[in-house]
Design a protein around this ligand. Structure first.
Ligand code: DGY
Length: 308
């Protein structure tokens, strides 16, 4: 997609195909008034200091744990994200992972591709149906609620854990429960919380030990919300039954132990990867840059106070 028409007076520099190295980015930044940052670019004090002219960082993601927002604000740099436009794509994909793990799709695919399928058999790759099973959503924001909406259509029993009761989630028939109750009683647990000091390692050995041995964990939030070593332990020992993971702490590295486990469905951080969502994300970023460089505050600003 060509963003130039959306940028107004601003010129766009895309120095090369693919991603810039940190060094290349730091070298280019002193000339830049705005930056479109992908979620794997650490927008920290070093980068913000290099961007002496920067007025805006448009983060090409709804999550912005890669950005030091306080430092950006201190330097008068407005930071924006891309809310709403990827909600459906991400919720669709969380449900895809949930179903794929419940019905052991990855295992089936590998069996067929390996030429090892011996034909129909009554006990081949038995999975779990969704009707009446309990889904627990951790973080009932836009994406969490969109997942609850999908799960309602599959007649699942719905609960959520959020800092406060959410009328929109209750309207879908979901019940507000404590984190402890959610982990202990759910057949499926799906994470939809931002990554923060409070949610880093949220699913650790202690949390996994309280889950049902039949439970399936889905993560489309951020990899660091889950302790992957503890998850591998839990899957190997049968403390939980399976997982569907789109995100990892050190992407694109995926822990070797998870790669070896049949019970995990793995995806390369593609939950928002639909043409429609990604086009709209790009448009939001370009519009935010234009708006800021024309002297106004973009509607998706996370720190409008940085304008002062
Ligand atoms: C986001 O926007 O935070 C997603 O992780 C991108 O897919």
């Amino acid at each position: 997609m060509d963003l130039r028409p959306l940028l107004g007076e601003a010129s766009l520099e895309v120095p090369k195909e693919g991603q810039l190295s940190r060094g290349e980015l730091l070298e280019l930044l002193p000339k830049a008034d705005g930056l479109i940052a992908l979620l794997n670019v650490r927008v920290d004090s070093e980068l913000l200091a290099a961007g002496k002219r920067l007025k805006i960082v448009a983060n090409f993601a709804v999550g912005y744990d890669n950005v030091d927002l306080a430092e950006a604000t201190r330097r008068g740099v407005v930071v924006t994200n891309t809310p709403d436009v990827l909600t459906d794509a991400t919720a669709d994909f969380a449900f895809t992972l949930l179903l794929a793990a419940a019905r052991r799709l990855g295992e089936g695919e590998r069996l067929v591709r390996a030429g090892a399928w011996q034909g129909w058999a009554p006990g081949l790759l038995l999975g779990t149906e969704l009707r009446g099973r309990r889904l627990g959503v951790v973080g009932a924001g836009r994406i969490g609620r969109a997942l609850l909406q999908r799960a309602k259509g599959f007649a699942m029993d719905l609960v959520y854990d959020s800092p406060r009761q959410m009328p929109e989630a209750e309207a879908l028939g979901a019940r507000h429960v404590s984190r402890e109750e959610l982990l202990a009683t759910c057949d499926f647990v799906s994470l939809h919380c931002p990554l923060s000091q409070n949610t880093k390692g949220l699913i650790d050995a202690k949390a996994l030990a309280t889950m049902k041995p039949t439970a399936i964990l889905v993560n489309t939030a951020r990899g660091a919300c889950v302790d992957h070593e503890a998850l591998a332990d839990a899957l190997e020992s049968g403390a939980i039954a399976g997982a569907g993971l789109d995100v990892f702490e050190n992407e694109p590295q995926v822990p070797e132990r998870l790669l070896e486990l049949e019970s995990v469905v793995l995806a390369p951080h593609i939950a928002s990867a639909t043409l429609s969502a990604r086009t709209k994300m790009a448009e939001i970023c370009a519009n935010a840059i234009r708006t800021r460089l024309q002297g106004s505050c973009p509607p998706t600003a996370l720190n409008p106070e940085a304008m002062q």
